[in-house]
Write a protein that binds this ligand. Structure first.
Ligand code: ITT
Length: 209
C-alpha cells in the first residue's frame, strides 16, 4: 500500500495506472518549502508526510509546474499560485510578444520509505526524458528514512488556449501539433511529465524487489 499525499484526485488516478501496489489518497497539507527546485520541495514534503503519517507505510508526493524558456523558467514552482491569480490566458499573453514560445511541464515524484527496505544500488529508472536538465534522480537517506526522487518532463510551446480536456495549463501547452487539452486522458498520460516520472518510480520499485 502506498499513501499518495495530495489534494489533487487527478494525480492519484494517474498513479494508480502506473504503480503495482494499492494507492490511497491522503489529503495531508505538508509544508511546501520556498525553493526554485521542485525536487527539494517534493523530497521535503515526502519526508515530513512519512513522519506525520506514522512512518509505517511508504508515502509519495508529486510537485509539478510549467517552465517557460523565455521567462527564465517562470512560473515554475509557483505554477499553482500563478494559475489561480494571473490565470492561463494572461500567462499566454505574457509569452506571446517573445520570439521564443518554448516551455516544459516538469514533474517530480518523491517516494519516502524505511531506509532498511531500500537497495540504494538498484538502478534509478529509465532515462527517456526528452529534455536536458540538471535535476538528477537519486536516493537520500536521513535518520533511517530513504527518499527517492524521479523526474519527468515534456517539452512544447505556449499557444492561445485550445481544447476542453485536461486541467490547469493544458489548453495553452501544445505538444506535437495539439494542446494537452485536445487529447484524451489516455493520450495525455502516455506523454505527460507525471506519467514519465511515475513510470520511473514503477521501474525502480520493480528493481528493488
Ligand atoms: P497538490 O495537492 O499535490 O500540491 P496541486 O494541484 O496544487 O496538488 P502542484 O502544487 O504540483 O499541484 O501545482 C502544479 C501546478 O501546475 C498547478 O497549477 C497545476 O494546474 C499545474 N499542472 C501540473 N500538472 C499539470 C498538467 O498535467 N496539466 C496542466 N497543468 C498542470
Amino acid at each position: 500500500m502506498l499513501r499518495f499525499v495530495t489534494g489533487n484526485e487527478g494525480k492519484v488516478r494517474e498513479a494508480r495506472e502506473y504503480l503495482p501496489m494499492d494507492v490511497e489518497q491522503v489529503d495531508y497539507d505538508y509544508v511546501e518549502v520556498q525553493s526554485d527546485d521542485l525536487a527539494a520541495i517534493a523530497a521535503r514534503g515526502a519526508r515530513e508526510s512519512f513522519h506525520e503519517l506514522g512512518g509505517d507505510q511508504p508515502v509519495a508526493v508529486e510537485d509539478s509546474g510549467l517552465f517557460v524558456d523565455a521567462l527564465a523558467g517562470f512560473p515554475g514552482p509557483y505554477s499553482a499560485y500563478v494559475e489561480h491569480s494571473l490565470g492561463i490566458e494572461r500567462l499566454h499573453r505574457l509569452v506571446e510578444p517573445e520570439d521564443d514560445h518554448r516551455a516544459a511541464f516538469r514533474s517530480i515524484v518523491a517516494y519516502a520509505t524505511d531506509a532498511d527496505s531500500v537497495d540504494e544500488a538498484a538502478p534509478s529508472g529509465r532515462s527517456d526524458t526528452d529534455t536536458s536538465t540538471d535535476w538528477h534522480d537519486g536516493v537520500t537517506v536521513e535518520d533511517g528514512v530513504a527518499v527517492a526522487t524521479f523526474e519527468g518532463a515534456v517539452r512544447g510551446e505556449i499557444v492561445p488556449p485550445r481544447g476542453d480536456g485536461g486541467f490547469g495549463y493544458d489548453p495553452i501547452f501544445e505538444h506535437d501539433g495539439r494542446t494537452m487539452a485536445e487529447r484524451s486522458t489516455a493520450e495525455k498520460n502516455a506523454i505527460s511529465h507525471r506519467g514519465r516520472a511515475l513510470a520511473k518510480l514503477a521501474d525502480w520499485l520493480a528493481a528493488q524487489a
